[in-house]
Design a protein. Structure first.
Length: 235
């Protein structure tokens, strides 16, 4: 095996070598398991938990898609694994919902059984959505920490007036719908205030005052945060 100065360099060098990729995945199975356990909050075991199979596929995907200019590989792999797990849970939830409707309870004359079944499905779905929302909150918290922003900071900069809110959302829409600006925000962790104020004719003071709220909104709306996005009233 070659001597690499960093794991990042190794990943770039081997990403098209399936044998070396398989070797790397095998070496990092403890890291993959740790990521899954941290995400789920429980112990997992290879050959037992489906989540680990999903995570290994995600780790392989991370190797193939990794760009060394975008940061540390393990950080990228960790995010990829967690997002694929969330995708997996969503698909499983939709599948469960279809099964319930495809196989209705036969005792149609017993309304109490039907009601109990409906309530059970509702409680299960709400519990699952609540869990997924918590997982997404953990992810967005980590993203915000890279900016030096806490949830408390976002709350403090949240608009109190409808006019201010619309100004902030106008800036958010501008960033999300302009790939070049969005790339600056997400990759360089920098809010290009001059570009925003120049394009929208908004005062610099307004953008600076709402910086934390704007950054949080951009990260959520442009990221894989379906449940948080649905939960927040943007308009």
């Amino acid at each position: 095996m070659k001597n690499y100065q960093s794991l990042n360099e190794r990943v770039i060098d081997i990403k098209n070598n399936n044998q070396e990729v398989s070797r790397l995945i095998e070496e990092y199975k403890p890291f993959i398991a740790s990521t899954v356990e941290n995400h789920l909050g429980r112990y997992v075991e290879y050959g037992v938990d489906d989540e680990l199979s999903i995570a290994m596929i995600a780790f392989h995907e991370a190797i193939k898609k990794y760009d060394i200019t975008k940061g540390n590989f393990l950080s990228f792999a960790r995010v990829t694994v967690k997002r694929r797990l969330i995708d997996y849970y969503r698909k499983e939830q939709r599948k469960s919902s279809r099964v319930v409707h495809a196989e209705p309870i036969q005792q149609q004359d017993d309304e109490s059984i039907d009601l109990f079944a409906a309530e059970s499905v509702k409680e299960y779905t709400e519990a699952q959505m609540s869990q997924w929302r918590r997982l997404e909150i953990q992810e967005i918290k980590k993203e915000l920490e890279l900016w030096g922003i806490s949830f408390s900071d976002v709350a403090k900069s949240s608009p109190k007036q409808e006019g201010t809110k619309q100004t902030y959302l106008k800036a958010v829409d501008f960033i999300v719908n302009n790939p070049e600006i969005l790339d600056i925000v997400k990759q360089r962790k920098y809010l290009p205030i001059e570009k925003i104020t120049s394009a929208l004719k908004i005062s610099r003071k307004s953008i600076e005052r709402g910086r934390n709220y704007i950054v949080a909104a951009v990260l959520i709306l442009s990221g894989d945060y379906q449940f948080i996005n649905e939960y927040i009233k943007w308009r």
